[in-house]
Design a protein around this ligand. Structure first.
Ligand code: SF4
Length: 456
């Protein structure tokens, strides 16, 4: 995504534009929500120092490309974005996951101005300064109190940690981003409080492994509003929940201590939503993936969670066609999915990411045609579950947060749907609605992924 320039910078206390002299930087942001948060931080810094954003490469003093290196297809997209920018601008600053492997970029583009890995905000800013000096006397209060957000104003991603202690065999994120490094709880809460004060109505908690939060800090306390808060998943979730906005948890693992957070969901502090990347269900595939293997126990746990919190929505992602996956493994996965009845499901066909341990396991790779067939069967079953589950919501009144509004219609999401990855509610309304408003909607119709209803 080439980022739209935010509204013109304004001088403190007035609306005067900053002036034509501000150097212009173009920015391309690729990758996952975590990369988007990194982009937001870099852009916040650029704006704080008085740079302006532009969409045009050739009019920019430099182009920053925040890359994704997770899958080979993402790497190809990143290289294409670098190429497009380099064709028009001589100062390309590459950052993000793919920047952790500079050779793969340098062989294709030997004249890149600077290459740094993920989260290297200081190095990116140094490269920007080397490309073009910041304007004299930067007005730091140009920056809105909440920083610059690339997501719509009413929701924001909140990154609570970086890196990962797991070593899933298909994943190179620990190689790229290192082991788990959690932010102190008070730090996160201060950021969350600022976002809420700036009008954010929904916080999306992200990290590589949210349930492991604080392990590296030994759950150390930090002081937030004169009280000590432990860097622990449950404590943080409770504190975030008390800020009075929707709090949605992503990338949670089904560890036993997650049970506690279900209580926070029943009491309404945290949204009844869990995004758990199960990846597979067959014990032998999970073993090869180096992931926790007892999906029978996980099924029991899901059933227990639902008995405590019947409104719970579970979203997950899976990989089909992992090396060595037999027809029996795949059938196991399909049966498990039938039992688990997950609300929202996404799937990927396995890709042999360069550098991933899974490529060296000596397991036979699955033919692309077989991968395609399994992917299709999997998605058909997931779609059938989703269709049935959404049908059960017809006739109910649900709270919906409005994402986009026009005078008589709007689009929004229920508590069970995250932005961009889950379904929508298409709303008809007699009065104009505003983005960020939470309205009660009578659901009248459903299809495989979306709901339709009237604001009441
Ligand atoms: S949990 Fe596994 S898949 Fe997720 S970032 Fe860590 S190693 Fe990668």
């Amino acid at each position: 995504m080439i980022l739209d320039p935010p509204p013109s910078a304004a001088a403190p206390g007035g609306d005067a534009p900053r002036g034509a002299a501000a150097p212009k930087i173009a920015f391309v942001s690729l990758g996952c929500p975590k990369a988007l948060v990194d982009s937001e931080q870099i852009i916040s810094r650029l704006r704080a120092e008085g740079y302006e954003l532009t969409k045009s490469y050739d009019g920019a003093a430099a182009v920053i490309v925040n890359t994704c290196g997770f899958l080979d297809s993402a790497k190809a997209e990143s290289l294409a974005a670098i190429g497009a920018a380099a064709a028009e601008n001589g100062k390309i600053i590459v950052t993000g996951c793919m920047g952790a492997e500079p050779e793969s970029i340098e062989t294709r583009f030997p004249n890149i101005f600077s290459i740094t890995g993920p989260q290297a905000f200081e190095s990116v800013m140094q490269a920007v300064h080397a490309a073009v000096a910041p304007p004299h006397d930067p007005l730091f209060d140009l920056l809105p109190a909440q920083g610059v957000k690339l997501t719509p104003r009413h929701y924001a991603y909140l990154k609570i940690s970086e890196g990962c202690n797991n070593r899933c065999s298909f994943c190179i994120i620990p190689k790229l981003r290192g082991d788990l490094v959690s932010r102190p709880a008070a730090d996160i809460l201060r950021e969350a409080e600022k976002l809420v004060a700036a009008g954010v109505k929904e916080l999306l908690v992200i990290s590589q492994d949210t349930s492991a939060y604080g392990l590296d800090l030994r759950y150390a306390e930090s002081v937030f509003h004169d009280r000590a808060v432990r860097a622990k998943f449950i404590d943080l979730a409770r504190e975030l929940g008390s800020l009075g906005v929707w709090v949605r948890l992503h990338y949670v693992y089904p560890y036993p201590h997650v049970d506690d957070v279900i209580e926070l969901m029943t009491s309404g502090l945290v949204l009844p939503y869990l995004d758990i990347p199960f990846q597979h269900a067959s014990p032998s595939v999970l073993r090869a993936m180096k992931r926790p293997g007892d999906q029978e126990k996980t099924l029991e746990r899901i059933k227990r969670w639902r008995s405590i919190c019947p409104d719970l929505s579970i979203r997950s992602t899976f990989i089909v066609g992992f090396p060595g996956e037999t027809e029996a493994d795949f059938e196991f996965l399909m049966n498990w999915l039938g039992e688990a009845k997950l609300d929202r499901v996404g799937a990927f066909k396995y890709e042999p990411v360069e550098g991933a341990a899974a490529n060296g396991l000596g397991l036979p790779h699955i033919e692309p045609q077989t991968q395609d067939i399994r992917y299709r069967r999997f998605m058909e079953q997931a779609q059938a579950v989703s269709t049935r589950k959404l049908k059960d919501k017809v006739g109910k009144r649900l709270s919906v947060i409005v994402d986009e509004a026009s005078p008589r219609a709007a689009e929004g999401r229920t508590k069970g749907d995250a932005p961009e990855i889950d379904g929508k509610v298409h709303i008809v309304s007699r009065r104009p609605l505003r983005a960020g408003e939470i309205v009660s909607v009578k659901i009248e119709r459903s299809d495989a992924y979306d709901l339709y209803g009237t604001a009441v």
